[in-house]
Design a protein around this ligand. Sequence first.
Ligand SMILES: [Zn+2]
Length: 310
Amino acid sequence: MKRLKTLLLLGCCLLLFSGCAGKTAETGRLKAVASAFPEYDLLRAVGGDRVEAAMLLKPGMEAHSFEPSPQDILAIRTSKLFVYGGGESDVWADRLLESGDLGDTKVLALMDHALLRREETLEYMTVEEAEAEGDEYDEHVWTSPKNMLILTKAMQDALTELDPAGAEEYRANAESYAAKLKDLDTQLRELAQNSKRTLLVFGDRFPFLYLTREYGFDYAAAFPGCSGETDANPATVARLIDIVQEESIPVVFKCDLSEGKLADTIAEAAGAKVLTLYSAHTLSKDDFEAGETYLSLMAKNTEALREALN
Ligand SMILES: [Zn+2]
């Protein structure tokens, strides 16, 4: 705790002495920090060379239980822009914002701009249980390219406001990124129209609500959302095996960064194969170092979906 205070104090002093100048990197680029990979990837796509982008959640880290270190808080305070998701995984950021401790850092929350969908539950529940759960919106908004198009514009606007001299560059970057997102959207729409089936089976968590609903895919999953549960209900597992067998479904999906044990069990019992679908909430160290992006992972997703749907 003492260390935290010292660091926060240090942060204040830095700001006092350097004012806004501290928020421009030595390279003259605009300093921006993203909470997780989807925000970071969008930041570098639209910001290009004018932005020095940092990411708080390091590759391989679990996205749903993140707590910032004092250094992370300092990084946010000394940046001009902080981009985060705004959902369940980001309550730490909401707390930080409420504390009013971020000074003049501009904040962009994806969920303030994206089109939202309510989380869907897989189990029946009583009214009391439903009320206790409340109306939560699923936070994985980026899994729909249509949302990414909206977020690209929001990112362009935020960067232009902070750095008007870069307006033309941000516009050009956003335009070329939007063209790639539209291509991806067209491919997924065509895939949905031309495939043999619509049902996808997930022997894992399910962070793909926006992706599946956008293109009209049906789904059956072992866990709702990015649930922290790890023990699947045996009845659910048995039902998933039945579905895969009865519908001759060729692929059972596992999520990125998952060991995929449950998907393996279901696939083995039903005679299907396991493929990975990337939510890209966080990347593995290998994928990050290999330079994977939202678009490269979504291209892999499109091919995996093609195999699963035909
Ligand atoms: Zn997630």
